[in-house]
Write a protein that binds this ligand. Structure first.
Ligand code: AHG
Ligand code: MN
Ligand code: MN
Length: 355
């Protein structure tokens, strides 16, 4: 290739930065090491396989429940879908042998799993929600995979559940892959949040948004409003004021969206702003909330903070919550910074008045 043809080729390669190239450049900049780069590549490859399985739908025989009766109830007490099991198996198989992990934990497994002795063990722990938004699979609405990466504690070679109980601030990487009209992987390694769209013809994830930014203010909120009567008083008041629109204390009209796949709702918020909430309600209060801290709230909160947004339980910064169990649940408020602050202020005011 001559110098001039190299020069001419440059804009084309510039326009198509694959995930592989992005990660190599991050490694050169000292932001990831080779082991973490491999880990992200392996997770991305697994997501491609899950994307293919999801897209086959009824033709692949992947829709519907995994089994009958008790056999398909997972640790969450929820009936597993076939695709929950398929996605979990794909992620387990892909991540077992590369030497980049010490162990894995999943929404679909009661306990974490150390990497089998036959393979070398690495320095990282991977947690995932293999398929988020399961209730949407059979109706052809977006679902996704969420993941979080922690360091295996120093000196631990066979990690147990308690080795995963690190606050979200300890995450070294997090991401999700949304299987929607496009398959999009959104990633942070602690230096911004970046989106990669799957080019199905090439089979690669291509960088499509570098440095996603969530607008600080918004006029859009996401909540399952059918739970309204079960909410706590501050949440009732907060949403009441949103619904009052221009004539209420907030002085502007709000729009509402609820997809019932956290990945899809969060992806919208990362793209155009908004607030996502799954608050405490009297149905889930005994469990602490609906969404799980370690593989739903924490990775999403890391991505959102890295995009200039905020994430809270309503009473504390999400990433500072000390986990007490692998499947611990928390209330969630995340998205546009000022709107999350507004939701938190309703909780503060309520708590101060009842103290
Ligand atoms: P999962 O399918 O992994 O169990 O998660 C579903 C979660 C989340 O994706 C979504 O925001 C929420 O559950 C929807 O809950 P409702 O059905 O109560 O609206
Ligand atoms: Mn989920
Ligand atoms: Mn799930």
């Amino acid at each position: 290739m001559t110098a001039s043809s190299l020069h001419k080729a440059a804009p084309v390669t510039q326009a198509h930065i694959s995930l592989t190239r992005f990660l190599i450049e991050e490694q050169r900049a000292g932001r990831v090491n080779a082991e973490l780069r491999l880990l992200v590549e392996v997770v991305a490859r697994a997501c491609k396989r899950i994307s293919i399985a999801v897209a086959k739908g009824a033709l692949g025989g992947v829709l519907g429940e995994a089994g009958e009766g008790e056999a398909s109830i997972n640790v969450q007490g929820e009936a597993q879908k076939k695709l929950d099991v398929i996605a979990n198996d794909v992620l387990l198989e892909a991540n077992a042998w590369g030497g980049h992990l010490a162990g894995l934990a999943s929404e679909e497994m009661d306990h974490s799993m150390p990497i089998p002795d036959v393979y070398p063990r690495g320095n990282y722990l991977l947690l995932f929600d293999p398929l988020d938004g399961s209730s949407n699979i059979d109706v052809n609405v977006s679902v996704g995979t969420i993941f979080s990466v922690l360091r295996c504690p120093e000196g631990v070679t066979t990690p147990a559940d308690e080795d995963y109980l690190q606050p979200g601030t300890a995450q070294v990487a997090a991401g999700y892959c949304v299987y929607g009209p496009q398959t999009t992987l959104v990633l942070t390694v602690g230096h911004g949040t970046h989106a990669f769209t799957l080019d199905r013809e090439v089979g690669s994830f291509i960088l499509t948004t570098r440095g996603m930014r969530i607008p600080e203010e918004t006029k859009e909120f996401a909540v399952n409003a059918s739970n309204q009567r079960f909410w706590e008083a501050p949440m009732q008041r907060y949403v009441g004021d949103l619904l009052a629109g221009k004539d209420g204390p907030r002085g502007k009209d709000f729009n509402m969206r609820w997809i019932a796949s956290m990945v899809a709702d969060v992806h919208r918020i990362l793209t155009r702003g908004g607030i996502f909430s799954y608050p405490l309600d009297s149905k889930c209060a005994a469990k602490g909330g609906k969404l799980r801290l370690m593989y739903e709230a924490n990775p999403m909160s890391f991505l959102v903070e890295q995009a200039g947004g905020a994430a809270s339980t309503g009473r504390a910064r999400m990433l500072e919550v000390q986990p007490t169990g692998l499947h611990m649940r928390v209330p969630v408020f995340l998205g546009s910074k000022m709107e999350v602050a507004a939701a938190v202020a309703y909780h503060d005011a309520h708590d101060a008045a009842s103290a």
